[in-house]
Write a protein that binds this ligand. Structure first.
Ligand SMILES: O=P(O)(O)OC[C@@]1(O)O[C@H](CO)[C@@H](O)[C@@H]1O
Ligand SMILES: [Mn+2]
Length: 451
């Protein structure tokens, strides 16, 4: 039995709000209550809508949901014990087992609570409790409390989206004549656009809008110095070496999986990159992995995914609309498909996936490359632990490696591995908030098969 904060040999402890003043502490103390308050306000603002749709039941549901969320906010702010879930969803048991696991880790001296336990766990748990509050009030159970922010991010980024779709159209027009070097140039640009699309995330901004106003293609070179690890050439060579003749006679990699992060502008950058991968013949199929309920304010759900493609189709911008129709065709043909396994909205570190979600692990093993978008995925890849910055990426992965994988992440949490000796210290002296500002990024690759 491990003592309270004793961890597996050589594995550092989980980031936690128990470290007063840490980013985890500031998130749990300030940002999470702010997000909860915005959720409560959003539900209250839609009271009339619920009444119109559901009559008195809608009013009752609104009141009940707000009372449950206010209770949750009070539990959080007063560091009450984390409670078992009661909504009887298929994953409820898994969540409650994970709570027991956390309790065993901490020992029975203190209960699992917001300011004493792992930050990754309590933050994920908060979003699952928001979902429980809605599920316990059926008339409004399928209401997406984060929808307004996600759609606003899309609408505010229209200039950037139009510029990207126009660029993509130009690339696709004569794509068969492009040399491999030219293909690599476009690959690199659109990979970087997808990487920096991750800056637009509403949970770091606690819901403040932070959409992309200008064309991201214009700023790629100025952003290059802020990329701390750049394994893009390894991503490219993995795709090239995976090329094999398909039924159509075209040589392509079979499948690239994109574990999505945020809706709005970031999702469009992912769809554009995926379109390029298929149009260029670098990949035959794309699996998109999204969330099965609203998560971390701006993460992609099936509704967001379908809505974004419909909106892109419906625009009166020629190349944007053409892209939207192409994406709908990819879905109809099975070239693209959307998947939302419950594991992505659970609190587990990814090194647990093989044991706790073997079906999902097996699915990812079928990919030639898995791209993980964003900061929360990076935190789960590395277990959200207090690693030294020079620890190797695959050490932090702790055996997770279903396929060649790459994290495309802007830094918004104080966990970062795989840096050169002295690189972290230099960054801290130059820019103390480098790990949490979203200004810096990594393209970090690992191929377990190359060991
Ligand atoms: O995964 P994303 O969207 O890039 O970032 C989500 C996120 O901003 O939410 C948390 C703050 O509440 C951070 O730890 C984390 O980075
Ligand atoms: Mn996110």
């Amino acid at each position: 039995m491990m003592a309270a904060d004793q961890t597996l040999a050589g594995v550092p402890s989980s980031l936690s709000a128990k470290v007063v003043g840490s980013f985890a502490y500031l998130t749990v103390r300030d940002r999470l209550p702010t997000i909860l308050t915005k959720v409560i306000d959003t539900i209250h603002r839609n009271k009339n809508k619920f009444f119109e749709e559901y009559g008195e039941d809608g009013i009752q549901a609104e009141k009940q949901t707000i009372s449950l969320l206010s209770k949750l906010r009070n539990e959080l702010q007063t560091d009450k014990p984390v409670l078992a879930l009661t909504d009887g969803l298929p994953d409820t048991e898994s969540w409650n087992q994970y709570l027991n696991r956390q309790q065993r880790l901490q020992g029975d001296q203190e209960s699992v609570s917001w300011f004493k336990s792992a930050w990754l766990y309590v933050e994920c748990y908060m979003y699952r409790r928001i979902q429980e509050a809605l599920l316990l009030n059926p008339p409004i159970s399928d209401y997406d409390v984060f929808n307004e922010g996600k759609t606003q991010s899309f609408f505010e980024s229209q200039q950037a989206v139009m510029a990207l779709c126009t660029y993509l159209e130009g690339v696709k027009k004569n794509i068969d004549e492009l040399s491999r070097n030219q293909l690599f140039e476009h690959f690199n640009k659109l990979l970087l656009v997808s990487l920096w699309g991750n800056k637009c995330d509403l949970s770091i901004s606690a819901g403040q809008e932070n959409s992309q106003k200008t064309s991201p293609l214009d700023s790629l070179s100025s952003l290059q110095p802020f990329i701390l690890v750049d394994d893009s050439s390894m991503v490219w060579s993995t795709l090239i070496s995976a090329q094999k003749p398909g039924e159509s006679g075209k040589t392509t990699a079979d499948r690239v999986d994109i574990v999505l992060d945020n809706a709005g502008f970031e999702l469009v950058t992912d769809l554009i990159f995926a379109d390029f991968l298929v149009s260029s013949g670098l990949a035959r199929r794309i699996y998109f992995h999204g969330k099965s309920f609203p998560w971390f304010v701006s993460d992609v759900t099936a509704n967001d995914y379908q809505w974004t493609i419909r909106q892109t189709m419906a625009t009166n911008h020629k190349w944007m609309s053409k892209s939207g129709f192409q994406w709908q065709t990819y879905l109809k043909e099975g070239v693209w498909s959307y998947h939302d396994h419950p594991f992505w909205t659970q609190p587990h570190e990814f090194c647990d996936m093989a044991a706790d979600a073997p079906d999902l692990y097996a699915t990812l093993q079928g990919a030639d490359l898995v791209l993980f978008k964003g900061d929360l995925n990076y935190r789960k890849l590395t277990g959200d632990r207090d690693w030294d910055h020079t620890v190797a990426f695959n050490t932090a992965l702790r055996g997770f490696g279903p396929a060649p994988l790459c994290s495309l992440r802007t830094l918004k949490a104080n966990v970062q591995v795989g840096l050169q000796s002295g690189q972290g210290e230099k960054l801290t002296s130059q820019d103390p908030s480098w790990m949490t500002s979203g200004k810096y990024a990594v393209i970090q690759f690992y191929n377990s098969k190359s060991e």
